[in-house]
Design a protein around this ligand. Structure first.
Ligand SMILES: Nc1nc2c([nH]c(=O)n2[C@H]2C[C@H](O)[C@@H](COP(=O)(O)OP(=O)(O)OP(=O)(O)O)O2)c(=O)[nH]1
Length: 134
């Protein structure tokens, strides 16, 4: 099988625990599915740099700091991806829809459909956001 493609994914988390999700625009695989913003890491680029670049390109947001959280691999029909999820609580700017995508701040995540590889993350994330009360 081909080597996985590295993808940098960012979870912006507000003080109240809400997180930002975006809807994949037309023309991409899984258009209309919800995801955390991010994109493919380019050659010679660190994952954190890719994350910062994607947030500027897609949302006009400057990520000031982010912490590596977890890494998930998934094989789709279109690609084998290795997703590097980061959590950021520190950024500058308000989200703008620079690629025509919808986005939404969510507490308990209620948007759907979610990208398949992102679904398990939601439950893990609730443990981070709301403690072990689940
Ligand atoms: N951003 C993001 N991608 C995800 C998530 N979950 C998940 O399976 N993916 C997959 C979908 C895609 O196969 C891949 C991301 O690639 P992409 O096509 O969106 O990346 P990109 O913006 O760099 O795209 P492009 O330059 O090729 O148009 O990771 C997620 O929560 N966020």
């Amino acid at each position: 099988m081909a080597a996985p493609i590295d993808v940098a994914v960012g979870i912006l988390m507000r003080d109240d625990g809400d997180v930002l999700l975006a809807q994949r625009p037309e023309g991409k695989p899984y258009a209309g599915y919800w995801e955390f913003p991010g994109g493919k890491v380019e050659a010679e680029e660190s994952i954190l740099d890719a994350l910062k670049r994607e947030f500027v390109e897609e949302l006009g947001i400057a990520v000031l700091s982010a912490e590596a959280w977890c890494c998930v691999e998934h094989v789709y029909p279109h690609a084998h991806v290795r997703l590097h999820f980061y959590i950021s609580r520190e950024w500058r700017g308000e989200a703008q829809s620079l690629e025509g995508q919808a986005f939404s701040w969510q507490g308990r995540v209620a948007v759907e459909p979610l990208l398949p590889a992102t679904i398990p993350l939601i439950e893990w994330l609730d443990r981070v956001r709301y403690g072990q009360k689940l």
